[in-house]
Structure formats: C-alpha cells, structure tokens
Design a protein around this ligand. Structure first.
Ligand code: FE
Ligand code: FE
Ligand code: ZN
Length: 280
C-alpha cells in the first residue's frame, strides 16, 4: 500500500484535515502545528481529536506528520530564540501525544555565521533537553537544501547531530527530494548511490518519511524552490524511481508542491498509478 498525502492547512482542526485528505485520495497528510511564521498554537481541542481518530480509523488514515514552524531555530545566535525553539517543540510534542503514530518534523536550523559545528551542538543540546521529557512522538530532522547557513544540507551534518544525542532512539530523518537535489545529491541519475550514501552515513533505518517535491532549480543550486511533480528539474522518471524504490516504498510520502487541493489530488493519483504499474 502506498502511504501518500500532502500538506494541508490546520486552521479548521484535525477532523477537517482528515476529511480533506480522504476527499483527494490521500491516506495521510502533513500540517503545521501552528502558524509557520511563529506564534501561539490554537487551544488543544480534544473533542476534535477524538472525532478525527475515529474518522481516521474508519478511513485508513495514518502516520500523519506534524511540521514545526519555520521560525523555530534550535541554533539561533540569540539565547532567547533558542529557548523559544525548545519551548515550542515541547508544547508541540505534548499536543501530539494525543495522536498516536504521528511524527514531528523540523528544520534543524540556521547557524547564522556561528559555524556549522556550533549549530550542530545547539541542535543536539536542544534535542537532549527534549529527550528528558520522555515524549513518545518520533522526531524527524529534515534534510535541507543548504540555502544561507542551514544546517542539515549533507547527510554528514545530520549524522553529527545524531552522534551527539544521549538517546537517539526516537530520532529519525525526513528526506525532502527538492532539498537533497538542491544540496547536490543526484537523485535523478543515481538514486541508488544517494540512498547507499544515506545508509552508510546515517543508516536507512533512520529514514522515516519522504517529502516529495520537484525542484525549480538545478542540482546543487541550494535554492529550495519547490515545483509540481514532473514539472521541475527532477522530473517524472526520477519520481517513478522514488515511489517504487525498495528502500523507500514502505515509507509515508508527503507532497509539498505548489498546488491547490485539486492539484494535489492529481499528483496523488499520478503517483498511485506509478506504484500500481510497478506492482503488476
Ligand atoms: Fe520542511
Ligand atoms: Fe520539506
Ligand atoms: Zn523546502
């Protein structure tokens, strides 16, 4: 079974997202835990969550992925901003404990000229503090495009964060196809080679989710501009390999392409058709 969905607006709550997902042929979805540019989360609505869980069970929805706000920077220069990142993540994880099987994805951060080593230390420090709470949700570090001073643009940088953790048992990685392509990993002509590298450096058992996005820009451009599937520099052939690859096919896939719901519906149907053909 292909587990696939797209990014949805969380403004109307969980049940609304669940209904939307089912309507467009998805069996999972991603959402921001709060305004992506920061700010307070809505009050936790346990009735909505209860209704969502019943709906999800009935319709086979699962493995939903919460995305931390972009403003969360675990390796900011300012201590107050680092504290904000920690508190936001704690609050998000406390909420997600109500949704069994969900995962939490975040951008490792931007070191803002403090150097990548300092960035890696701050990120692992935060995760070590988070770990003290014993949250049950799996936390994913997202692979980044490497624009500006982003940490996590190489598998080695993510490995370095993981190496500094006291307990990495609940830490995984989310592979964003646009980001890794923009950071220089050639998933178009050498997907096997890229996944081998991932396995050697991080370990494929840590790979828990895939963001499926085409890229407006060429390999190694470090830009991070998403494009619709098959309409960018990555191209449809590569996505056929990605959704059918033996090392990836069991993972949940989330579209973050520039689309409205109808566009997402089309892309989901297209990728499902690719999988069906491969499985025949
Ligand atoms: Fe992201
Ligand atoms: Fe992404
Ligand atoms: Zn992106």
């Amino acid at each position: 079974m292909l587990r696939i969905g797209c990014h949805l607006s969380s403004a109307k709550g969980y049940l609304a997202m669940g209904r939307e997902a089912v309507r467009i042929g998805a069996n999972t979805f991603q959402f921001f835990t709060r305004n992506p540019r920061g700010g307070k989360a809505k009050e936790l609505d346990l009735a909505d969550i209860g209704e969502y869980l019943a709906f999800a069970e009935e319709h086979g929805l699962g493995q939903i992925l919460a995305h931390a706000p972009y403003t969360l920077n675990a390796c900011a220069k300012d201590e107050g901003l680092r504290q904000f990142a920690y508190e936001t993540m704690c609050d998000d994880l406390e909420r997600l404990a109500h949704i069994p099987g969900s995962m939490y994805n975040f951008h490792p951060g931007s070191h803002v000229k403090q150097g990548v080593q300092a960035g890696i230390s701050y990120i692992s420090d935060m995760l070590n503090h988070i770990g003290e709470h014993g949250f049950s949700t799996i936390i994913l570090l997202e692979t980044m495009a490497g624009k500006g001073t982003e940490v996590g643009r190489s598998f080695e940088e993510l490995r370095a964060v993981i190496d500094k953790l006291e307990d990495a048992g609940r830490i995984g990685v989310c592979l964003d196809t646009c980001h890794v392509f923009d950071s220089g990993y050639d998933i178009v002509s050498d997907l096997d080679g890229v996944l081998d590298q991932f396995d050697q450096i991080i370990g494929l058992e840590r790979l828990k989710a895939v963001h499926v996005n085409d890229s407006k820009n060429p390999l190694g451009s470090r830009k991070d501009r998403h494009e619709k599937i098959g309409e960018g520099q990555i191209g449809m052939d590569a996505f056929e390999n990605i959704v059918t690859h033996a090392s990836l096919r069991h993972l949940p896939f989330y579209l973050e392409t520039p689309n409205d719901l109808a566009g997402y519906q089309k892309e989901i149907a297209m990728l499902r058709a690719v999988r069906r053909k491969a499985d025949e």
